[in-house]
Design a protein around this ligand. Structure first.
Ligand SMILES: NC(=O)c1ccc[n+]([C@@H]2O[C@H](COP(=O)([O-])OP(=O)(O)OC[C@H]3O[C@@H](n4cnc5c(N)ncnc54)[C@H](O)[C@@H]3O)[C@@H](O)[C@H]2O)c1
Length: 341
């Protein structure tokens, strides 16, 4: 499925900007409209990476602004949407849930409305010029709640979100589903596990470990550090998104993951091993001694793990990058960017 003009929401964020980096290599002539509110999580430096790409158009704006969305859709004949924009940090959702409800739920609603009003006629049929249009909603495995030691989330697992972040994402997933069943809006959804890689905001786990270590500050680990997540390199996630956007069945949900479960402590240890090699401490000791266990956060889900066999079997996607290579690439990226700050 090829679309002429594509709208990427949240394109200055971690995954959105990596996705645009992939897209501009794979599809250099595609018209890309990047809509981002430029919250604290946006990385304006991404615009420098794209400055040679005259087909990448940046619009500063809020996905909650229905009038703006309608103008963007109609003026640019938007045929595809990849919707990344969100408040994405669980800790922030505990301290201030309102913006999560506004952006993740109301923003997604406004975006669906803009697509519906632009793509469908009064009989709820797709207008002929938008027959190939598609709305791809990016979501998270956190909507499924927490697992014990065993088992995996599948696309059939019932939602059981435990934080305001995951609850707002679950709500947005439901809205997207309802627009397919009620109006026939051409939607697909992907629910992915934890991403890591270049250009992630410094508040997230891996950038925090690196930053604290380099500053010789305590490296904070929640509770025992035994909480388990599945980790996926962001480039592999971007390829999964492109696969589903092009080949996924409308109305379907695809879980995406790396078959790579790690405790937070294992992630921390793996990062520290690379740091000890690439940037040894002046005192000759390992950064390991900086690890400090801090009070666990409320509602901290014990384990997420996903069964991504549907996307593999039906669409032929596979995570190709080894965890070790991807982590080394990631750590080297942050060491370089800390140097240039
Ligand atoms: N990071 C992960 O590990 C992960 C895993 C699975 C799913 N996801 C989902 O992927 C998406 C992207 O995550 P991320 O880690 O890149 O997030 P991020 O926080 O790095 O980036 C979010 C971007 O959205 C923009 N934004 C926020 N509110 C907006 C609004 N109202 N209008 C327009 N733009 C707005 C921000 O300015 C920022 O550029 C999110 O929907 C998230 O739920 C993330």
């Amino acid at each position: 499925m090829k679309t002429n003009s594509i709208l990427i929401t949240g394109g200055l964020g971690f995954i959105g900007s990596n996705y645009i980096d992939c897209l501009r290599v794979q599809n250099p002539s595609q018209n890309i409209f990047v809509l981002d509110k430029i919250t604290y999580a946006a990385d304006l430096k991404a615009l420098y990476r794209w400055k040679e790409n005259s087909n990448i158009n940046f619009i500063k704006g809020d996905i909650c602004d229905g009038g703006l969305l309608l103008e963007i859709f109609t003026k640019n004949k938007i045929q595809g949407v990849v919707h990344f924009a969100a408040e994405s940090h669980v800790d922030n959702s505990i301290n201030g849930p309102q913006s999560f409800v506004e952006t993740n739920i109301m923003g997604t609603f406004q975006l669906l409305e803009a697509a519906r009003k632009t793509w469908l006629d009064e009989n709820q049929d797709m207008k002929s010029e938008y027959k190939k249009a598609r709305f791809h909603h990016i979501s998270t495995d956190e909507v499924y709640g927490a697992l014990g030691e065993k088992g995996f989330f599948t696309e059939k697992t019932a939602f059981a979100p435990n934080s305001p972040y995951s609850a707002s994402k679950a709500s947005s997933d439901h809205l997207v589903r309802s627009y397919y069943h009620t109006y026939g809006l051409p939607v697909v959804t992907t629910n992915c596990s934890n991403n890591f890689g270049p250009f992630q905001h410094s508040e997230k786990l891996i950038p925090t470990i690196i930053r604290k270590a380099i500053q010789e500050d305590p490296i904070p680990i929640y509770g025992t550090g035994k909480n388990i997540r599945d980790w996926l390199f962001v480039t592999d996630h971007c390829k999964a998104i492109q696969t589903v956007f092009e080949k996924g069945t409308l109305g379907e949900v695809y879980i995406v993951g790396g078959d790579n479960e790690k405790t937070n402590l294992e992630i921390c240890t793996a990062v520290i091993k690379i740091l000890d090699k690439q940037k040894p401490r002046l005192n000759g000791k390992s950064y390991f001694e900086l690890i400090t266990h801090v009070k666990d956060r409320p509602g901290h889900d014990f384990r997420y793990a996903v069964d991504a066999s549907k996307i593999k079997k039906e669409l032929g996607w596979l995570a190709k990058t080894s965890f070790e290579d991807a982590l080394e690439t990631t750590v080297l990226h942050y060491l370089r960017s800390i140097k240039t700050l």
